[in-house]
Write a protein that binds this ligand. Sequence first.
Ligand code: SAM
Length: 276
Amino acid sequence: MEKTLNSLLREHRVVLKKAYGQNFLTDKSLLEEIVEKAGVDKSDTVLEIGCGAGALTSALAEHAGKVVGYEIDSTLKPVLEDVLAGKDNVRIAYKDIMKESVAETEQKIGGSYMLIANLPYYITTPVVMKFVEQSEHMKAMVIMVQEEVARRFSASSGTPDYGAVTVGINLRGSAEILMRVPREKFTPVPNVDSAVVKIVMQKDKYAGADFEKVRSVVRAGFSSRRKMLVNNIMNFYKLPRSAAENALASAGIDITCRGEKLSAEEYVRLSEVLDK
Ligand code: SAM
């Protein structure tokens, strides 16, 4: 008979750590649904960040060719060894994923992969942006995040949830919410509901763009949401009004609009004009 999460934690004397965002999933059908919606098959290699007690890792190992997992908390090692016994296609590094460069992680993975994870809340956006911005070989991400964060990742321009993070994702791919997951599905129960988001990478979307420069224009665009874009550009780049207005006009952007109205493509165009 399969052991429950509580019996596993008791047996291996593991105490859950709130600081690491340890809210675990136990519902098998929900885990299967996530893996199914991610579209994983035996030709896929999966990177899982935060294996926890191995419930998602186990489901992934059943469907994927190979799973490379990271877990910061080495006290979970005996639990993971117990749960994953006999699953030879899983390798786990007991390491902080933020302390390794994406290039190093990708070297260990060796080839293209999907990132699938129930991410720890306290580092969701830094982890996502690190992989979205720096990855060379990630095909897609399917991640469980707080519902509010999921809305920010997948927002349409002009809505309150649309921000620099949304544009950052749209520069290299596109995001959609796959499903909502109520807080009661986690142990212990967190204070907020979650959602599963899929980010499909389209790395050639703006091939040739200088992403550092585009991201700086995006920061300028959202530096004060109440101000018009032209004012934010003037302040950020120390430009006279006429120069800022000319730049917007040359990029084909309405000079009265706000930064939150601009698509990723418009930010790329504006960055090219400002660069001249
Ligand atoms: N995958 C498990 C599940 O779905 O039940 C656990 C998910 S839990 C929300 C997040 C996991 O990430 C925890 O086990 C936590 O210890 C781990 N974690 C937190 N910070 C991490 C980091 N910087 N690097 C790697 N793992 C981390």
